[in-house]
Ligand binder design. Structure first.
Ligand code: G6P
Length: 608
C-alpha cells in the first residue's frame, strides 16, 4: 500500500527519495510524487503510474535540487489514481507539503468546514484536508499546528510534513499506520518501512501512535500529542540490505520461493531443542496451555489460508477446537469469545488494518492474544500479548510465498507443543513429528528443483479462462492458497472448492479442457477425492493432481501428476504448495504479467 519517505541532510534529497520509494514499490501503488525545498520554495512533482515515470520526469531527481524533501507512492483509496490525487499535497500558497498513508475518516466534514472558510481543493483525496488544516492552524509553530490537526482528524495516518519557512526540519507523525525514522551519518530519514532507509542506516526508531518526530540534519527529537518532548530508543536492523534485493533472480517471487527451505529452517531451528519444542518467547506456562478452551485464528488473505490448514492441525493433534475468521468479518460481527480462548492473529506485515483491529477487539474483551508475525517491531507484534516471529526475512513480492511457508511452520510447532502438554500425543509421536519437520527444508528444495517440468506445463495454460482447485481437508486449505496465487498474479479466474462440494453447482462450469487442479495428499480421503477427479474428468476437465509419492494409481484418473515426498499428513501443505506456487509463477511469467506487483494489489493493506 502507500509508501512514505523523507530526507533531510547534506546530500541531495530527490535521488534519495526516489531510491527510498523504489524500495517500497513492493507495497503496491499507482502513482508517485516528491516535494523538495529548493532554498526558496517547495517544489513538487507527481506522476501517475510507475515510479519510473517520475524518475524520468525529474532526471532521476537531478532537476529537483535541495537537501530536504518528502516522497510518496500512492495506492488509490479516495479518488482515482491521477496526477492531481497523487501526493504530496499542499496548502494553497504551497508553503506546506504533506504525504500521508492511511485514511482520514472525517475528511468530508473537515473539507466542508475548510471550504466554508474559503479554502479550495485541488484533489479528491482525504489527505489534502490535512494540508489545508495545517495551514489553518499554522502561526509559525509547526509543532503546535501538527498537534492541533492530530486532535481534529479521525482515522489512521502516517504523515511526512515540510514547511517552507522551516527548511531545517522534516516532521513525521503517526497513528495506526506504520512510520519509522532512521538516523543516518549524513542526514536523517523517515519511511513507512525499513527497506527504504537500509541503504543509509541500520539505526531506526519506530514511531508509536500519536507521537511526532522532528528531524533536522543532525538531530531527531520526539514529542507526544501535547507537544512535550519524549525519549525513544533505537533498534539496530540486523537483516542484510541484500535480503531486500533481487540477487540475480528474475523476480522477487522466484527468489522468495527459493528461500523457502531457509525460511522453514530458520523458523524451526531456534525452537527445536533435543527433540523437544521450546518456544521461550511466548512465556506460556503448561498450565496456561492446558487451560485454552478454544483457538480463534484471525487473519486476511494467504495468512488466513494458513489458519484454515492450522484448524485441521490443532484439532487433529491437540484436540483443541479451532475457529478461523477473516479479520474483516470478525471485527464487525460482535463475535462470541470464551474467556479462555486464545486468539491468534497471523500477519506477514504485522500492519494489516483489519487484522490489527481484530487483535485490539480481542484484547479489549480480555482474551489472550498471540501474533504470528514476520515483520519485527510491527504494530501487531508490538500490541499482541505474545509474539511468535516467523523468520522469513523481508518479503517483497506482493504474492506471499516464503512468509506463508513460515506461518505454516509456526502452527505446526505450536500444535505439537500444545498437544504434548495436553497429553494428546505421546513422546514418541512428538519425536516422529519433529523428525518429519526437520526433513521439510530438503524436501521443499527437491520440489523446487523440479521447476522446469512445471514451467512446461504452465506454458500450456497461459490462455486459460478458468481454473478450479479441489481437495478435501488440509488439501482443501492448500487449494485455497493455490487458487489465490494463480488469480492474483496471472489474472486468470480461479476458484477453490472442497472437492465434495463442487457437484453442488460449480461443476456446471466444467467444459472440455477446463483445468482442474486436485490436491490429494490426505491418505484417508484419497479414494473420495479420486472419485471427484473422475466426476470432473468425465465432463471434459483436464486434471492436474498433486499427490504423495507412491500413489501412482492416480495416473489412471488424472492427466498430469506431480508427486510430493512423503511426510506426516499434517505437514503436506508445506510440500504440496510448492508446485502450485511454481505453476502460478510460470503462468504469470508466460502471460507477461507484472509478477511482483500485480495490478490493484498491495503488499501491506493498511486500510480496511
Ligand atoms: C495482502 C497481500 C497478501 C496477504 C494479505 C494479508 O492482501 O497481498 O499476500 O496474505 O494482505 O497480509 P498480512 O501482512 O497480514 O499477512
Amino acid at each position: 500500500m502507500c509508501g512514505i519517505v523523507g530526507y533531510i541532510g547534506k546530500a541531495q534529497a530527490a535521488p534519495i527519495l526516489l531510491d527510498g520509494l523504489s524500495k517500497l514499490e513492493y507495497r503496491g501503488y499507482d502513482s508517485a510524487g516528491i516535494a523538495v525545498y529548493d532554498g526558496e520554495h517547495i517544489v513538487g512533482k507527481k506522476a501517475m503510474g510507475r515510479l519510473k515515470v517520475l524518475s524520468e520526469m525529474t532526471h532521476d531527481g537531478e532537476t529537483m535540487p535541495g537537501t530536504v524533501g518528502i516522497g510518496h507512492t500512492r495506492w488509490a483509496t479516495h479518488g482515482a489514481p491521477t496526477d492531481e490525487n497523487a501526493h504530496p499535497h499542499f496548502n494553497e500558497s504551497e508553503t506546506i507539503a504533506v504525504v500521508h498513508n492511511g485514511i482520514i475518516e472525517n475528511y468530508l466534514k473537515l473539507k466542508k468546514k475548510l471550504i466554508d472558510k474559503g479554502y479550495s481543493f485541488q484533489s479528491e483525496t482525504d489527505t489534502e484536508v490535512v494540508a489545508h488544516l495545517l495551514d489553518y492552524y499554522y502561526k509559525g509553530n509547526p509543532l503546535e499546528a501538527i498537534t492541533k490537526v492530530m486532535h481534529r482528524v479521525d482515522g489512521s495516518y502516517a504523515l511526512g510534513i515540510i514547511f517552507a519557512d522551516q527548511p531545517g526540519y522534516v516532521y513525521a507523525v503517526r497513528k495506526d499506520s506504520p512510520l519509522i525514522v532512521g538516523k543516518g551519518k549524513d542526514g536523517n530519514l523517515i519511511a513507512s518501512d525499513v527497506p527504504a532507509v537500509l541503504k543509509y542506516t541500520r539505526d531506526v526508531c519506530f514511531i508509536e501512535n500519536e507521537e511526532i518526530a522532528r528531524l533536522s540534519e543532525d538531530a531527531i527529537e520526539f514529542f507526544n500529542v501535547d507537544g512535550e518532548p519524549i525519549e525513544k530508543t533505537y533498534k539496530t536492523i540486523e537483516w542484510d540490505v541484500n535480503a531486500a534485493e533481487k540477487g540475480g533472480y528474475e523476480h522477487f517471487m522466484l527468489k522468495e520461493m527459493y528461500e523457502q527451505p531457509k525460511t522453514v529452517r530458520d523458523t524451526l531451528s531456534p525452537r527445536l531443542k533435543d527433540n523437544d519444542i521450546v518456544i521461550e518467547e511466548l512465556g506460556m506456562t503448561d498450565e496456561e496451555i492446558r487451560e485454552i478452551s478454544r483457538i480463534r485464528i484471525v487473519a486476511c488473505g494467504s495468512a488466513y489460508h494458513t489458519g484454515v490448514t492450522a484448524k485441521y492441525v490443532y484439532e487433529g493433534m491437540a484436540r483443541i477446537p479451532v475457529e478461523v475468521d477473516l479479520a474483516s468479518e470478525f471485527r464487525y460481527r460482535n463475535p462470541i469469545l470464551d474467556e479462555k480462548e486464545l486468539v491468534i492473529i497471523i500477519s506477514q506485515s504485522g500492519e494489516t488494518a483489519d487484522s490489527l483491529a481484530a487483535l485490539r477487539e480481542a484484547k479489549e474483551r480480555g482474551n489472550t492474544t498471540m501474533g504470528i508475525v514476520n515483520v519485527v517491531g510491527s504494530s501487531i507484534a508490538r500490541e499482541a500479548d505474545k509474539v511468535f516471529y516467523t523468520w522469513a526475512g523481508p518479503e517483497i513480492a506482493v504474492a506471499t510465498t516464503k512468509a506463508y511457508s513460515a506461518q505454516l511452520i509456526a502452527h505446526y510447532l505450536l500444535a505439537i507443543k500444545f498437544a504434548r502438554v495436553r497429553g494428546t500425543i505421546t513422546e514418541q509421536e512428538m519425536a516422529d513429528y519433529i523428525t518429519d519437520l526437520k526433513r521439510l527444508p530438503d524436501q521443499i528444495e527437491l520440489l523446487l528443483g523440479n521447476k522446469e517440468r512445471i514451467q512446461r506445463f504452465a506454458n500450456r495454460y497461459v490462455t486459460a479462462k478458468d481454473v478450479f482447485f479441489i481437495g478435501r481437508g488440509i488439501d482443501y486449505a492448500i487449494s485455497l492458497e493455490g487458487s489465490l496465487k494463480l488469480k492474483e498474479i496471472s489474472y486468470i479466474h480461479s476458484e477453490a472448492y472442497a472437492a465434495g462440494e463442487l457437484k453442488h453447482g460449480t461443476i456446471s462450469l466444467i467444459e472440455e479442457g477446463t483445468l482442474v487442479s486436485a490436491v490429494v495428499t490426505q491418505e484417508d480421503l484419497y479414494k473420495k477425492t479420486v472419485s471427484n477427479i473422475v466426476e470432473v474428468r468425465t465432463r471434459g476437465a483436464f486434471v492436474m493432481a498433486v499427490t504423495n509419492e507412491g500413489n501412482t494409481e492416480i495416473e489412471k484418473a488424472a492427466d498430469y501428476v506431480v508427486y510430493i515426498p512423503k511426510t506426516n499428513k499434517y505437514f503436506t501443505n508445506s510440500l504440496a504448495i510448492i508446485p502450485l506456487q511454481l505453476f502460478s509463477y510460470y503462468v504469470s511469467v508466460g502471460k507477461g504479467c507484472d509478477v511482483d506487483k500485480p495490478r490493484n494489489l498491495a503488499k501491506s493493506v493498511t486500510v480496511e
